[in-house]
Design a protein around this ligand. Structure first.
Ligand SMILES: *Cc1c(COP(=O)(O)O)cnc(C)c1O
Length: 458
């Protein structure tokens, strides 16, 4: 298995190089040269299916026995025996719970595996890296849990001081591990992200520190997420019976994995993209035009995004894998803040994709109604998945599976505001609010932060 860049001008790589590289050298994202097909059946077991579905993507990069151990290890940290249980919500709507990992968000499903893959590959190459990342909440803690205690990784996670929720901050700052460093930046999330970008753009610093990232454009994360689409279909009637998925979407990574599952042979009827009021994707699926707006804060902060980086992978497919075309369109999009696809292409797209947006009030109402009607407690992100699935469903006899991307206790204020009851943290995080925190505050200044990182890495 080999990987090519969506911009068509980067070297073709094997899986293990794509894993460590992240972004392609031409600014594009790596995708498999061909989409491998799944076998016809599976038994719904998570780890077994994970090994089978991902093996063709790994190719000969990792010995089969080693890969099997890595997968089985990665999912041993999940606190539900089915890893991702499927809950019947009635009337053909199902909830796929992806939040039983260490940090209570779906990002654990990919990052628990990717962390282990990094550890293996770095160990094999006897290579040390410095991972730098910016977070507004969920990604930071999932990345920290994925790489804690690793010998070949020093990890620096920047968060905006005073601007992440207390639970999210504590999930990062209470991890006791010598290789994990939390930095509270006196600035906004955008400032944090800019600092990280500037560090990567500083070639000397980048090489000296062996900078690396495990952000959501990393192919390995998309790959790991394909698995639960397949598992869910298996549990509902097999890989060839028709199913639809509704996905609360931010960076488009999760729902793109659904697209990849369809390319692998899964019989997916509809892919529904749920948005909050930051609805750039929903507007795109409605009109064929993508236009950048301001980001508005909502009760589903992990979806408060305008430009969804993984969308580039779908665009590449829509344009028949013509890298230079993708490059041209996206460069223009960055400059003009707008781009359109042809009406023909838009019609084609609308057969399989739809999108719906919801306000904070609608989300609150949904959480309350669901709690009253079925007793299921949704977090605001998962509520958007359920709302979008119900709204966009075209065929009554095809099950609609809504992805639940966070545990309600991760967003207790919004859930309490809707239901009047504050959701409890699960047992492994029960004392989170009492644990000692460790982080250093730094000004929003590139030089200062770089010096801090250099000092720590020594
Ligand atoms: C990251 C995240 C999302 C968005 O997922 P994408 O892959 O970026 O589309 C949705 N919900 C939660 C809870 C998240 O943490």
């Amino acid at each position: 298995m080999r990987y090519i860049s969506t911009r068509g001008a980067a070297p073709v790589l094997e899986f293990n190089d794509v894993l460590l590289e992240g972004l392609a050298s031409d600014g594009g994202l790596y995708v498999p040269e061909v989409w491998p097909k799944f076998s016809n059946s599976g038994n719904g077991d998570y780890v077994e299916t994970a090994i089978e579905v991902m093996t063709p993507f790994i190719g000969s990069s990792i010995p089969q026995k080693v890969f099997e151990e890595i997968v089985s290890d990665a999912y041993s940290t999940f606190r539900h025996e089915e890893i991702a249980p499927l809950v019947d919500m009635g009337q053909g709507i199902y909830l796929l719970e992806l939040f039983h990992g260490p940090t209570l968000a779906f990002k654990d499903v990919a990052l628990q595996l990717v962390g282990k893959l990094f550890e293996y590959e770095l160990g094999k190459r006897n290579k040390k890296v410095t991972i730098v990342g910016a977070t507004s909440g969920d990604t930071g803690s999932a990345a920290i849990e994925a790489c804690r205690d690793q010998e070949n990784v020093e990890m620096f996670i920047l968060h905006p001081a005073g601007r992440v929720s207390e639970i999210q901050r504590r999930q990062m700052t209470t991890v006791e591990s010598a290789n994990i460093h939390n930095i509270a930046i006196e600035g906004t999330f955008d400032d944090c992200q800019d600092l990280v970008k500037e560090m990567f753009a500083d070639i000397d610093f980048r090489q000296q520190m062996q900078l690396s990232a495990i952000n959501s454009i990393n192919w390995a994360r998309v790959m790991a997420q394909i698995v639960y689409f397949v598992v869910a279909a298996e549990r509902l009637g097999g890989r060839h019976s028709s199913v639809s998925f509704s996905v609360p979407t931010g960076n488009f990574g999760n729902v793109f994995s659904g697209y990849a599952a369809r390319r692998g042979g899964l019989n997916i009827d509809q892919l529904v993209v749920g948005s909050n009021t930051n609805d750039i994707l929903t507007r795109f699926f409605e009109s064929g035009t993508m236009r950048i707006d301001e980001v508005t804060p909502t009760t589903s902060p992990s979806m408060d995004i305008q430009v969804s980086s993984n969308f580039e992978r779908l665009l590449f497919e829509l344009l028949d894998r013509e890298g230079p075309k993708v490059d041209e369109i996206l460069k223009r999009f960055r400059k003009e803040k707008e781009m359109s696809i042809s009406p023909d292409l838009h019609n084609e797209l609308a057969k399989e994709w739809s999108g719906a947006r919801f306000t904070d009030d609608q989300v609150k109402q949904c959480i309350l109604e669901e709690a009253e009607n079925s007793g299921i407690i949704l977090d605001p992100h998962s509520a958007i998945g359920v709302l979008a699935g119900r709204k966009c469903r075209k065929t009554k006899n095809i099950p609609m599976i809504a992805l639940a991307t966070a545990h309600p206790a991760k967003f207790p204020e919004a859930v309490e505001d809707a239901t009047g009851v504050r959701p409890k943290l699960p047992p492994h995080l029960k004392d989170l609010m009492e644990r000692p925190e460790q982080f250093d505050k730094q000004p929003n200044d590139l030089q200062t932060v770089q010096n801090y990182i250099k000092e720590m890495v020594k």
